[in-house]
Design a protein around this ligand. Structure first.
Ligand code: GDP
Length: 463
């Protein structure tokens, strides 16, 4: 068989095998997942026509023909609400899409012309892209699998910092009256759990990220179910594992320990087994700028949350994760979102800061030989870069509209390239507000570097 023909045949077989890709988007609440997925689908649907995707090879070369939504395969996963999201952005005035609260899915069929020609190659080819969006908070639960209820309770109590302690004050007051050997009273446990969940929600509202259990923040369909009615138990110092395990099944300790075990085996493990393990590629979105804006305590908290979250991607030989689930991710992206909140010359600095924030996890990923690339991007650009004369100097600035409709011209300041130190926080050199999306125009949504991220995530499958 001629060499070319052999190569074509191998290519054909490989192309057949690779015609499907499962891509997941994750990140903590408000990191920008909904905006990212909405933009990604929108860009691909406009590909070949109005979308500006020059950094995506297939598009630059004019080989990307377009994409269509098709029915998803997994009927148990809610559909990503693309139409609602797109409609919100098209309103007058436009508004941000409502964030998704759990896992959702959308399937696209992308048509393209293969890059090199051969007599066995088709003129056009298709890639089925299954897109998923799920809360990064769920990944914060991975370390919870290493604990039993006793060690988890102790770890959680140690973990609570001063500000978060205040937010959990109601829960703490209730806890002072609860002993491990009390008889469990369903209604009371439900009420105390609600205090705990309320404290976690308040902490999240205040900008904290490192919160556990993840489903307490985003319960989805589990809202109100007894499996979410547990909390770490205080007052365990006088107890040993033996005396605790001798308590009757009806005791507070035994009841909470049972629910904790159920949460591990029916909520956390199935997510990894049924979903996470099956994603081919993932992108982790991080609102670095939001954390910079929120101050040192929140920034440090984000750093800890990300380290914890990234453990799910660290499937080096000894990780808990690889022992449990042997995932198959072959490529990962991390991205600092909302880059349109800073002027363009700050974007490379933003990538450096993201890399500094994820230095440890990145080292582990390199070691595990998982290709990973860092980006800064704006899924839906809401500002325009300007140069203005400010205090006698030409200064880069951003023009946009506030959420309440006032025109804004801002000078957001310089992004640090390293983890900010005390002097940065003392100077408070960084401040921005939120912007309303730009008024709708025909064609694809305005963005910054969505095409670069797409090139890394799917570009090789469109060759
Ligand atoms: P999710 O909770 O991770 O799904 O986060 P969303 O996608 O809902 O984003 C949270 C908020 O961040 C949005 O409501 C917007 O206010 C803002 N946001 C998200 N992406 C962008 C972006 O690309 N540019 C700007 N300026 N704001 C964004």
């Amino acid at each position: 068989m001629p060499q070319d023909l052999t190569r074509d045949l191998i290519d054909l077989i490989e192309r057949g095998r690779d015609r499907q890709l499962r891509l997941a988007v994750t990140g903590l609440s408000r990191a920008g997942k909904t905006a990212f997925l909405t933009s990604l689908v929108d860009q691909l649907r406009h590909a070949g026509l109005e979308a500006r995707l020059d950094l995506l090879g297939a598009s630059r070369e004019g080989r990307l023909l377009g994409a269509q939504r098709v029915a998803q395969q997994d009927l148990g996963v809610p559909r990503f609400p693309f139409d609602q999201a797109r409609a919100a952005l098209a309103e007058s005035p436009p508004s941000w899409p409502k964030p998704t609260k759990g896992i959702s899915e959308l399937r696209l069929k992308i048509r393209y012309r293969p890059g090199s020609q051969g007599w066995l190659r088709p003129d056009t080819a298709e890639l089925t892209l299954d897109l998923f969006d799920y809360p990064g908070e769920w990944l914060l639960d991975l370390p919870l699998l290493e604990h039993d209820f006793l060690s988890w309770s102790r770890a959680q109590i140690d973990d609570v910092g001063l500000s978060r302690r205040d937010m959990l004050a109601d829960w703490r007051a209730e806890m002072a009256t609860l002993a491990p050997d009390d008889d469990a009273d369903e209604a009371r446990l439900a009420a105390i759990s609600e205090h705990y969940a309320k404290g976690l929600r308040a902490a999240r509202e205040a900008g904290f990220s490192n919160l556990q259990p993840g489903r307490f923040l985003l319960p989805g369909e589990l809202d109100g179910a007894p499996v979410l009615q547990f909390f770490p138990l205080t007052g365990l110092n006088d107890w040993t594992p033996e005396t605790l395990s001798a308590l009757p099944d009806t005791s507070v300790y035994a009841t909470l320990a049972k629910r904790f075990g159920y949460y591990q085996s029916h909520i956390v493990r199935p997510f990894y087994r049924q979903h996470f393990r099956r994603f081919d590629r993932q992108i982790v979105l991080v609102d670095v700028l939001g954390a910079l804006n929120a101050g040192p305590e929140r920034f440090e908290d984000l750093s800890q949350a990300l380290t914890r979250l990234m453990q799910s991607f660290n499937y080096g030989s000894r990780s808990l994760f690889s022992r449990l689930f042997t995932p198959r991710i072959d490529r990962l992206a991390i991205a600092a979102t909302k880059a349109d909140h800073v002027t363009p010359e700050q974007h490379t600095r933003l990538v450096s800061l993201l890399e500094a924030l994820l230095a440890e996890p990145l080292k582990n990923l390199k070691y595990a030989n998982i290709p990973v690339k860092a980006f800064s991007l704006a899924a839906i650009r809401a500002t325009e870069a300007r140069e203005v004369n400010h205090q006698g100097r030409t200064t880069p600035a951003l023009k946009g509209t506030s959420l309440t409709g006032e025109p804004l011209l801002s000078f957001p300041g310089e992004v640090p390239t390293h983890l900010p130190d005390a002097s940065f926080w003392a100077r408070q050199g960084f401040d921005f507000g939120a912007y309303r999306p730009l008024p709708a125009t025909p064609g694809a949504l305005p963005h910054i570097r969505m095409d670069a991220a797409l090139d890394w995530l799917i570009g090789d499958k469109l060759r």
